[in-house]
Structures are given as C-alpha cells and as structure tokens.
Design a protein around this ligand. Structure first.
Ligand code: ADP
Ligand code: MG
Length: 635
C-alpha cells in the first residue's frame, strides 16, 4: 500500500485535491497497521484520516461515535458519494439492527458506524467476530477518560473488541481536546499496543483572544457589535437569557436570533440555516449550538457567561475564524461570575440520596420494575419527566449525568428518525397482492417509483413527499402504510424525534444502587480543578491568553502578540522606552540602510517592540522604505 493510492482515493472517491497537514502522516501510520492517536482541532479534517485508509484497505471500517446526529450525517454523506456506509444506533429497532449487521458481514459495506453502547451487546459481539475488519476508528476518544470533561462509560467497553477481533487490526483514536493526562489515558484504556500520538498544533494565530472585565456586559456588546463586521456567536448559559439578549439586540437594529436545545427540531434547523447562510448575523445560544456547524467565516465568538472548563472554552471559541482570516474570541467577565461558577458546583454535584431519588423517579416514569430493563431503550422527554415529578431542572439533569457516569443509564441527544419501510414479501408475492387488491396498486407503484432498495433493507421514506406526489392527504398516506403493514406486505416504522434512555443495567433496588464515594469525590475534584483553570485564565493579567490555552493542552508556544495581555505588555514596553528605541533605530539607520529584519537584529531589542516602533516610524514617514525594501532615516 502506498501513498499514491491514497492520494488517488482522495481525488477520485472523496473529491478533494490535496491532504491537509498531518492527514497524510496519520493515514500512513494507520495503513502500516499501527494503533494511532490523532489530535487535531475541530474542523481539522479528522474523518478523512479513517475514510482514506478504509477505502484503501480491504474489508470494513468500524467507526465508533457518540452522537447519533453526526453519525447519520456522515453516513448519508458517504452514501451520496456512492460509498456504502451503514449506521447502528439505539434509535433503531432490533430488526433493523440485525439487517444492518448482516449487511456488514455480507453486503460490501465499507463503513459501519456504531454508538459505543452497542459494543457490549451480545448480538454485536457475536456478529463482530464475523466482520472482515480493516480498522477501528474511535471518534471523540476523550470520552473514554473517566476524569475528563465528557466521560461516557460505554467508551470503556470499546476495548472489549480487542478480545474478539484479530490482534493486528489497528485502532485509530480521534479527538480535538485532550490534556496530556487524558492523552495517556486514551491510549491505555484502548489498550494501544504501542503508544503513538500524531498531533497538529492547536495554535489559532488568526484569533485574537480577549478577556473584558466589564460592569455592563450589554453596553459592551452593543459597542462591539456596532464596531465589528461579520457574523458571530454569543454564548450564554440559560435559555431564557438567549431569547432576551437576542430580542434586545434585534430591537436595537442588530440582526440576531437565539438557539437552544429546548426548541423544536425544525425551528432549530431553520435558525441554524439562516445564520449559516448569513441572513442572521448574530446567534445567541447555549452550548447546544455548534455540533456539526461548518461555517468558515465566523468573525467573533463572545462568551457572555463563563464556560466550566478550558476544554469547552477552546472548542466554542475555536468556531471563530475557520477561514484563517482575523477573528475575535471575547470573554466577558465580572466578579459576580466567579461566585456564580463556584455556586454551580453545588447544583452540579447533588447529594447521593438525591441522585437515588432521581433514579427511582426515572424507573417509575418508564415503568421499569426492579430486576428488569437491562439493555432496554426508551423514548425520554426530559421536560415531560421534570413536569410530572415536579423536579428542578439543573439538579435533575446533573443527577442523570451521574447515573450515566456510574454506568447505570445512558442518554442520547434528541434524534430525528425518519419513517422507514421494508418490503417483507418478494416481488412475485407483491405482484399477486397488487392484482388481488387493486385499491393499493397505485400507492405501491408510487413507493417503488420513489425509492430504491425497499426489498433489501429498511429505507427512509417521507410521508409528506408521498402525499405531495400522490395528491392524497398525509393521513391517507399514513393509513395506506399502516394497512400494508397489517397485511404483512411491508414493515413500517413511523418516524419520530426524541431523546432516548438506555438502561445499561437492570433496575436495582435503592439499597443496591451504588455511587462510589471515591468516584464521586474524584469527579468533583477534577471538576473543581477545571473550574479553577478556567478562572485562572480569566483572572490572569500577565500571561498571553493563547499561550495559556495551548499550555493547558500541553503545547509550547510563543506570545501571540495580539491578545489583550500581549497588547498591554507591548504598550507598556513602548511607553517606557519609546524614545530609547527610536534613538537606537536612528543610530543604526544613520550609518546605513538595512531591511526590517536586519534592523530588528542589529537593534538587539525585543522583537515585538522593535517591529512595532518601526511600523510607527514608517507610518509617520520618519523612516522610509526604498524599492529594495531597505529602510532609511528621513527624520
Ligand atoms: P473534524 O472531525 O476534525 O472536526 P471533519 O473531518 O468533520 O473535521 O472535517 C471538517 C471539514 O473539512 C469537512 O467539511 C471536510 O470535508 C473538510 N476537509 C477535510 N479534509 C480536507 C482536505 N484534505 N481538503 C479539503 N477539505 C477537507
Ligand atoms: Mg469529527
């Protein structure tokens, strides 16, 4: 296998012209059969690093990823390129999952996407031994770290695969945020045969990081939005504030809208689309916004409220300036914020008894009796649950996260599952049915005309579209489908949108529900530590912002020269010594003309100071530049 083959795949199958930095190194490492940890910022192009090797190698690539929405998006993107990819997630029925697994064994499938909780099921493990695997890709690999900021217990089960698949299958772990401790943890937990990290720099040279201590965030915002151009994101904590700020901005004549996870799916899509296409300039959002957004020309990301970790801050602010042009990441801060952050700690860690109450409430809400429920999947509407049991939102949510962390339950994001149908009779039987039941003939013909693959697998269908095409009402279409299903002609799974709860264990009696106090304390400690780091970032006045962020992720760097701390430092240095610096430059230039780089070197001054002064002297025509870029003193 050589890289020429990979370049060809890149061009011909994926339709890209060239690799981005590091993509080629990661691909080379994977193709040579090495376990590999790839660290690249969000938007850096991690997906390609398993897609290319998978297409180059024989067999199927297993991709493990926690977010169902992103999974579905990638699968449909691959399918559009005529690359066979299937997904398995908890929103599917047992029958659908079985068909997808069988197709992965026999059906020329190149990519099998699964959510992590799938790995530990008996069915999956039995089938996995029969896959012709080429590679295992683990996306969002930081979720495996128990003490990291986004732990998911099902990630720990991924390593079970090692026991049932051939030893030489490489694992590729991908992540955009990992501190040095988490990096090590990922490789250990995934049982890497040899530690092997490939990492791009996380420096974002075009982003100006600013921390603004202000009394009145609103008027700062207004001033900034008036002065800057282009579109941006404002992150706030509460849904209520999202709406208030967006409305206030709109009233002041700034094009703005709001976004949070409590809104209907269609509405969210609409709002996101309006912002992505530039019709809405500013989106005010909770941290629900960002998943899968691919907008390159975001000019600013402003945090009205402080995130609870550098990991989150780096991800969110990193949505600015993907196009490489100058962009701003601004953190607004006032002393009360610190107190609020520390207060949030209490809500974040409810007492163990409270967590147990919530567990019992969930079980009763879903009608799960003691001893039952293992591996069951339920639709779960958090708001309905909260309302029914009169529970406080934040504390309940965090209790649920604790139950997830301890491995009892797992939650999915809200997923949008379209309706699916599958013909369970062959073409001949179907034909006989059509002849015998004329009233269904036209509708069946419409189905066959509109969709392909109906005989081999569950295929997404759209009742609206069928209604438009047939001229029948949506309800008539629905009735047709239900009837065909009752005649055992098709299987019909009506579409729905909801979040899911998966019981990873059977329901336990209250006494047996064990929340390890050591874990509880350790998780709390780590959380406090992350908060402390976040506050330190904000309160520090003498370390370059970019340098602090990179240092957190274990990367060395120079002063960025553009953040508020750097600007202040440069300003001070210049104020005290501007005359001396100017005098030095005059001395050098009065002897001979030199170019700027040489002048900086000869002056033996700190580089930023020299460059800044030269720039000012050029601007005010005190020194001039000739055709050969040589500088001379004009005075
Ligand atoms: P990540 O998973 O690292 O956040 P993705 O894999 O989703 O990033 O890629 C981000 C974007 O970059 C996608 O739109 C993808 O098509 C694009 N991309 C990735 N690699 C290349 C490349 N070599 N040339 C051009 N575009 C690329
Ligand atoms: Mg990705």
């Amino acid at each position: 296998m050589n890289l020429e083959t990979c370049r060809k795949i890149l061009r011909e199958k994926l339709k890209f012209t060239s690799f981005r930095p590091l993509q080629e190194d990661i691909i080379r490492s994977v193709i040579s059969g090495n376990d590999t940890l790839a660290l690249m910022p969000t938007g850096g192009g991690k997906s390609l690093t398993f897609q290319v090797p998978a297409l180059a190698l024989e067999g199927i690539c297993l991709v493990i990823t926690p977010l169902i929405a992103l999974m579905k998006e990638q699968v449909s993107r691959l399918n559009v390129m005529e690359i066979k990819a299937v997904a398995i997630h908890s929103g599917m029925t047992a029958e659908e999952i079985d068909i997808a697994l069988e197709n992965s064994i026999y059906g020329n499938v190149k990519f099998l996407y699964v959510s992590p909780e799938r790995i530990s099921t008996k069915l999956f493990q039995a089938k996995a031994t029969r896959f012709n695997l080429s590679l295992v890709a683990v996306d969002e690999a930081h979720c495996i770290s128990q003490w990291g900021y986004d732990f998911r217990p099902s990630y720990l089960k991924i390593a079970l695969l090692r026991d049932i698949i051939p030893e030489n299958i490489p694992f590729l772990a991908l992540t955009a945020t990992a501190t040095p401790a988490v990096v090590k943890d990922i490789m250990t937990k995934l049982r890497f045969r040899k530690h092997n990290i490939l990492k791009t720099s996380f420096a974002r040279k075009n982003i100006t990081y600013l921390v603004r201590k202000v009394e009145d965030k609103g008027s700062y915002l207004m001033k900034t939005l008036g002065r800057t151009k282009g579109s941006g994101i404002i992150y706030v904590r509460s849904r209520k504030k999202c709406r208030e700020i967006a409305e206030w901005l709109s009233n002041c004549g700034i094009s703005a809208d709001y976004y949070h996870a409590g809104l209907q799916h269609e509405l969210r899509d609409k709002k996101q689309e309006a912002w992505s296409s530039g019709r809405t300039r500013v989106i005010v959002s909770t941290n629900a916004f960002g998943m899968g957004i691919d907008k390159a020309d975001v000019r600013f990301v402003i945090h009205w409220d402080t995130p609870d970790s550098i990991e989150n801050y780096f991800q969110e602010s990193g949505r600015a300036g993907r196009d490489g042009k100058p962009a701003f990441a601004v953190m607004l801060y006032m002393p009360a914020d610190k107190k609020r952050l520390l207060d949030s700690l209490k809500k974040r860690f409810p007492p163990v008894e409270k967590i147990k109450d919530i567990y019992e409430a969930v079980c009763s809400y879903l009608n799960v009796p003691e001893g039952a429920g293992k591996n069951s999947v339920f639709d779960f509407n958090l708001f309905d649950f909260l309302a029914k049991y009169r529970l406080p939102a934040t504390e309940t949510y965090n209790s649920l996260m604790f139950l997830q962390r301890e491995g009892y339950l797992e939650f999915t994001e809200e997923i949008n599952n379209p309706s699916r149908i599958h013909f369970i009779v062959g073409r001949d039987d179907l034909y006989r049915f059509q002849v015998a039941n004329e009233s269904f003939d036209a509708f069946i013909k419409l189905l066959l005309r509109s969709y392909t693959g109906l005989f081999t697998e569950f295929t997404p269908v759209n009742e609206e579209e069928l209604s438009r095409r047939s001229g029948a009402s949506r309800n008539t279409v629905y009735q047709y489908l239900v009837k065909l299903a009752s005649f055992n002609i098709i299987r019909y799974i009506p579409g729905k949108k909801c979040a899911l709860v998966i019981f990873t264990e059977e329901r336990l009696v209250r006494k047996a529900l064990y929340i390890s106090p050591d874990n509880y304390l350790l998780v709390k400690e780590r959380y406090e530590e992350r908060l402390k780091n976040m506050i330190e970032y904000i309160e520090s006045e003498n370390r370059c912002r970019q340098m602090m962020l990179l240092d957190y992720f274990g990367e060395e760097s120079d002063n960025c020269g553009i953040c508020d701390v750097c600007r202040k430092r440069i300003g001070e240095q210049q104020n005290v010594s501007i005359d001396t610096v100017t005098e030095k430059i005059r001395e050098i230039l009065s002897e001979r003309s030199v170019d700027a780089a040489e002048l900086v070197r000869l002056s033996s001054l700190p580089e930023e100071v020299a460059i800044n002064t030269i720039r000012q002297l050029l601007d005010s025509n005190i020194i001039i530049k000739d055709n050969e870029m040589k500088l001379s003193w004009k005075g």
